[in-house]
Design a protein. Structure first.
Length: 221
C-alpha cells in the first residue's frame, strides 16, 4: 500500500537523478520503474504518482539535460559569434550524458529551457538575415546535427571501462592499419584519427565550427 508518508519520501528530483545515473552507465533501455523503486525502497506503483510511464520519465531526463544548458548572456558581438557560443553551450550540456543526448530533441519545444534556447537561436538567425521560416529550418537541422555529434562521439560510444575501451580502439586502429597502403594510402595513414579523435575538446569544437560555418554558407547563397 502506498501511504502518504511514502509519497512524501519519494522525491521525483531524486528519482530523475537515479534514472540519469543508470542511463549514463547502461543506456536508457536499462531504466525501469522496478529498478528505480528498489533503489528508493518503495514499490513501483509509488513512481506512478510522479511519472505516467517510462516515456514520461525519459522526457524528464531530456528536460534535465536542457536545464543544464547555460545560455550565454547577449553581447554586442556579431550574430554568428553569439550563435557559436549558444550552440557550444548546448553541446557542453549534452557531452556529460552522450547516451541521452537524443532525448532532448523532442523536448526543446516543450520544456521551458528548450524554448528559451530555441527563442535565442531563432533571434540570432533572424538578426543574421534569415526569414523566420528559414531560421526555423536552419535551427532545427543545426540542433539535430549537434545531437548527432554527441551521440556518435567515438569515445562515448565505446565501453566505459578504460582498459576495455583502449583494447577496442587498438583493434579498430589495427584493422584500418592492416589495409593496403597502396590502395588506401590516406585511410591507413590516418587510421588513428579516423578511429578516435586525439582530443575530444577539439572534436566538439570542430563540430560546432562546421555547423556555424555551414549556416553562414547558406546565408551567402
Amino acid at each position: 500500500m502506498i501511504t502518504k508518508e511514502t509519497a512524501r519520501r519519494l522525491d521525483p528530483v531524486r528519482v530523475v537523478d537515479t534514472a540519469l545515473a543508470i542511463a549514463d552507465d547502461e543506456g536508457p533501455a536499462a531504466v525501469s520503474f522496478r529498478k528505480l523503486a528498489a533503489q528508493h525502497d518503495v514499490t513501483p506503483m509509488a513512481l506512478y504518482r510522479h511519472f505516467k510511464d517510462k516515456d514520461d520519465l525519459l522526457a524528464a531526463l531530456g528536460d534535465r539535460l536542457l536545464a543544464d544548458v547555460v545560455l550565454p548572456a547577449p553581447t554586442d558581438a556579431p550574430w554568428d559569434q553569439q550563435l557559436h557560443a549558444l550552440l557550444t553551450a548546448f553541446v557542453e550540456a549534452l557531452r556529460a550524458h552522450p547516451r541521452l543526448a537524443d532525448l532532448t530533441l523532442a523536448r526543446i519545444l516543450v520544456a521551458e529551457p528548450g524554448l528559451a534556447l530555441a527563442e535565442r537561436a531563432l533571434g540570432l538567425l533572424v538578426e543574421g538575415g534569415f526569414s523566420v521560416d528559414d531560421a526555423a529550418e536552419i535551427g532545427r537541422q543545426s540542433i539535430c546535427s549537434l545531437i548527432a555529434l554527441v551521440t556518435t562521439d567515438p569515445v562515448a560510444r565505446e565501453v566505459s571501462d578504460p582498459e576495455a575501451r583502449e583494447a577496442s580502439l587498438r583493434r579498430k586502429r589495427a584493422s584500418l592499419g592492416a589495409l593496403s597502403p597502396t590502395q588506401y594510402p590516406l585511410v591507413t595513414s590516418a587510421a588513428g584519427a579516423l578511429v578516435c579523435p586525439s582530443s575530444q575538446d577539439r572534436y566538439y569544437a570542430v563540430g560546432v565550427d562546421l555547423v556555424v560555418a555551414g549556416i553562414r554558407g547558406v546565408l551567402d547563397q
